[in-house]
Design a protein around this ligand. Structure first.
Ligand code: GDP
Ligand code: IMO
Ligand code: MG
Length: 428
């Protein structure tokens, strides 16, 4: 058995990137398998900060192969920017980065469709997407007839394929009323042909590579993007992303059978955040929320949008931990809660006067949730220098223990700052 997954258990931005980077030295291969440039994973290595969107967060460690698997939707222009950024910072990529020829390609019309569709939602509230064309690209993948895969860009009929799709998309975009209807097939082909030439050394059949790797007992680390509450099938639909961002997506996105995965680490923040629209039962629209936003620097890595902040929601985290098959937790951003006199944790929901521990499936029920809180004492001490569990203030230790109890999983890591070193490895 060879596979470990890192899965966000909230609405994304749980600091998965930090954890993946930290764990990478114990693995041979790191795999991104869903999402795309909607993700923003920050890794801090000493003085250097790296913001990764499509390239796995294992890339900063030498000697490890980083794979972008078929379930990812890839924007060739921005992935080249990421590649150039890494190369210019002295990180060699040759033989260390593989992009699946089956991964779907984000095309210029996808961003235009993203903007047009998000303006008009049946729910009256916008999803507030990252505008990276993610949903429209997945829509074309499922629709099949107008999709482009990375491998298609290297084929002789690519120009003809673009011309046919552009013909069709012009009609769609004109109906949506956008100026982007004036798509120029020749110019798009020229750009994408040039991207394909530059990406060629990295494009491969990653499925065959990963299947060989697991049979050869290589150690694989799967890096989830987004968070399980944004999962298309199991999240807070329709305020979700367009892929399976909970643990259930690992196998379909990577092409590696689930039986090769033997460990799932659920990543949680010590509180909750959410970017974009949708219900958020424990949201704090007050000065405590603002305090958390400032202390945690809660502004989007991809879009710079201020993140909505709120108390830890144990009902949601217990749901997503079970859904993802989690067997340990990584508790991030513990330092951000220092200075609060007391901390609240949501232990159950009240819906229409009834208490429940179940996470509701319908958005209207989620909107009507009254969180039931337990109040725990806060701590004043700065914990950014803590490296052992026993060195946390007593109230912080009790907080960690209580979250573990509520989510019903052991805590294996506690993070007290962005740097690799600012991590507590909890002894079993
Ligand atoms: P991801 O999308 O899950 O990888 O998370 P993001 O990178 O979008 O957001 C997490 C942010 O928190 C990044 O800026 C990290 O550098 C930072 N970070 C990671 N761990 C900690 C921590 O324990 N404390 C603090 N204060 N910041 C952290
Ligand atoms: P990482 O990997 C936080 C959110 C968007 C929006 C919804 C749909 O950094 O944790 P999309 O562009 O995917 O169609 O937007 O999902 N979203 C994220 N929120 N972190 C992310 O990724 C996100 N990726 C998408 O804000 O609400
Ligand atoms: Mg992020």
């Amino acid at each position: 058995m060879a596979g470990t997954c890192v899965i966000g258990l909230q609405w994304g931005d749980e600091a998965k990137g930090k954890l993946v980077d930290l764990l990478t030295p114990n693995f041979d291969i790191v795999v991104r398998y869903q999402g795309g440039a909607n993700a923003g994973h920050t890794v801090v290595v000493g003085e250097n900060t790296y913001k990764l969107h499509q390239i796995p967060s294992g890339i900063l460690n030498q000697g490890v192969v980083n794979v972008v698997a078929p379930g990812v939707v890839l924007n060739p222009r921005t992935v080249l920017e990421e590649i150039d950024g890494l190369l210019s910072r002295g990180l060699p990529l040759e033989g260390r980065l593989m992009l699946s020829d089956r991964a779907h390609v984000v095309m210029p019309w996808h961003a235009a469709e993203d903007a047009a569709f998000d303006k008009s939602t049946a729910d009256g509230e916008n999803i507030g997407t990252t505008m990276r064309g993610i949903g429209p690209c997945y829509r074309d993948k499922v629709g099949r007839s107008h999709a482009v895969r990375l491998g298609d860009m290297l084929r002789d009929d690519f120009q003809q394929r673009i011309a046919c799709i552009v013909d069709f998309k012009r009609g769609i975009l004109a109906a949506l009323g956008g100026k982007d209807a004036e798509l120029d097939a020749a110019a798009i082909f020229q750009d994408y042909h040039a991207y394909a030439e530059k990406l060629k050394p990295y494009i491969a059949d990653t499925t065959a590579y990963l299947l060989d790797a697991v049979e050869d007992n290589k150690r694989l680390l799967f890096e989830g993007a987004q968070g399980a509450l944004l999962d298309i099938d199991h999240g807070t639909f329709p305020f979700v992303t367009s892929s399976n961002s909970s643990g259930v997506g690992v196998s379909s996105g990577s092409g590696v059978p689930a039986r090769w995965v033997d460990k799932v680490i659920g990543v949680i923040k010590a509180y909750c955040t959410r970017v974009g629209g949708g219900p958020f039962p424990t949201e704090l629209n007050d000065e405590t929320g603002e305090h958390i936003r400032v202390e945690g620097n809660e502004f989007g890595t991809t879009t710079g949008r201020p993140r909505r902040c709120g108390w830890f929601d144990a009902v949601a985290a217990r749901y997503t931990a079970r859904l993802s098959g989690v067997d340990s937790l990584s508790l991030m951003m513990m330092d951000v809660l220092s200075k609060l006199p007391e901390i609240q944790v949501c232990t159950s929901y009240e819906i229409n006067g009834e208490r429940t521990q179940q996470f509701p499936s319908h958005v209207d029920d989620l909107r009507s949730v009254k969180p039931v809180y337990e109040t725990l004492p806060g701590w004043r001490e700065d914990v950014t220098g803590v490296r052992r569990l026993e060195d946390f203030p007593k109230a912080a230790r009790s907080y960690i223990a209580r979250l573990s109890e509520l989510v019903e999983q052991p805590v294996a890591f506690v993070s007290v700052g962005p740097d690799r070193a600012q991590t507590v490895f909890v002894e079993k």
